[in-house]
Design a binder for this molecule. Structure first.
Ligand SMILES: Nc1ncnc2c1ncn2[C@@H]1O[C@H](COP(=O)(O)OP(=O)(O)O)[C@@H](O)[C@H]1O
Ligand SMILES: [Mg+2]
Length: 287
């Protein structure tokens, strides 16, 4: 399989393992038989020749807006789980398996096609596409991001030095983000999203570009959030980071939850699957 997954990181660069013996709090996220189906309009069926509509099809579609054929993509299929306060949960699965879709649905950004999602607070999703305005300076982005999180102008201003320091911006704070390295931008995104300790934090491959020292720092911050009874969801290409940072893991394959359990057990099964040693049915052992 040609997946871009790191299994090992130099142990020196790995954050300390999180404490897994902490007792869990009340449920923070309940996902009940969730299905998310994307409807893609105007998609063409695969094939080299353009399909010509029959006379009948043309008559039936007379007067309707021409949206073309609709393709349904079932991205999440019947996923159920309960997350608790004080848990950090890794989400594993190959590309296109539905991880981002699941997180976006839990964050309330995508309506379920069927099934339900309950959360104890509004989750904060930190993704690669977190809204940042690249032509504005880091300082302006901190301002906008902080206000979007519901802080007052005064509160954001007080937080600017701390955020800039965490993100190691130095004088770049006053330069447009177009001049930032990808690592710098990702540090800033992380620092902004965690200005206010979120009750439910979801990280979708957003720490990938960080270097070792930032990984340590962000892990410490995530642990702090979890310690304050938060729930953290973590998607990463680095299986080693998932093992270090999470207490539990969900493995999603083609939209189906195939395993849910202790992070090491699920990561072992997933690792074997990605290396082609087993198929996704191996996850059933843990269910
Ligand atoms: N906006 C969208 N419209 C249509 N299909 C989508 C959209 N976003 C994702 N998909 C499809 O849904 C499936 C799951 O994608 P995604 O949730 O991004 O997976 P992952 O994050 O695990 O890589 C894939 O088949 C992908 O092509
Ligand atoms: Mg994704």
């Amino acid at each position: 399989m040609t997946e871009d997954i790191d299994f090992e990181i130099d142990p020196e660069n790995l954050p300390d393992r999180v404490d897994r013996d902490k007792p869990l709090g009340a449920p923070s996220v309940v996902v009940d038989d969730l299905h998310i189906t994307y409807r893609v309009f105007g998609a063409r069926r695969s094939g080299t020749t353009k399909q010509r509509a029959s006379l009948w099809d043309k008559m039936v579609s007379l007067g309707r807006p021409d949206t073309g054929p609709i393709t349904e993509v079932p991205a999440v299929r019947g996923v159920s789980f309960v997350a608790h306060h004080g848990e950090s949960i890794g989400i594993l699965g190959t590309n296109g398996s539905g991880k981002s879709t699941l997180l976006r649905a839990v964050a309330g950004l995508l309506p379920p096609s069927s099934g339900r999602v309950f959360t104890s607070a509004e989750p904060e999703l930190l993704g690669v596409n977190a809204a940042m305005l690249p032509r504005l300076t880091g300082e302006r982005n901190i301002m906008i991001g902080g206000l979007a999180l519901g802080l007052s102008t005064k509160e954001v201003k007080e937080n600017i030095p701390g955020v800039a320091d965490f993100a190691e911006l130095g004088d770049f704070l006053y330069l447009p983000m177009t001049s930032y390295s990808s690592g710098m931008a990702s540090r800033l995104r992380f620092a902004i999203s965690t200005i206010r300790t979120p009750e439910i934090l979801m990280i979708d491959e957003a720490l990938a570009t960080g270097d070792a020292s930032f990984r340590k720092k962000s892990t410490a911050r995530i642990e702090e959030i979890r310690g304050q009874a938060g729930t953290v969801f973590f998607v990463s290409h680095s299986l080693a980071s998932v093992r270090a940072m999470c207490t539990r893991a969900l493995w999603i394959d083609k939209g189906v939850l195939v395993a849910d359990g202790d992070v090491d057990e699920v990561a072992d099964l997933y690792h074997a699957y990605v290396e082609g040693r087993t198929d996704a049915s191996s996850g059933a052992k843990l269910k």
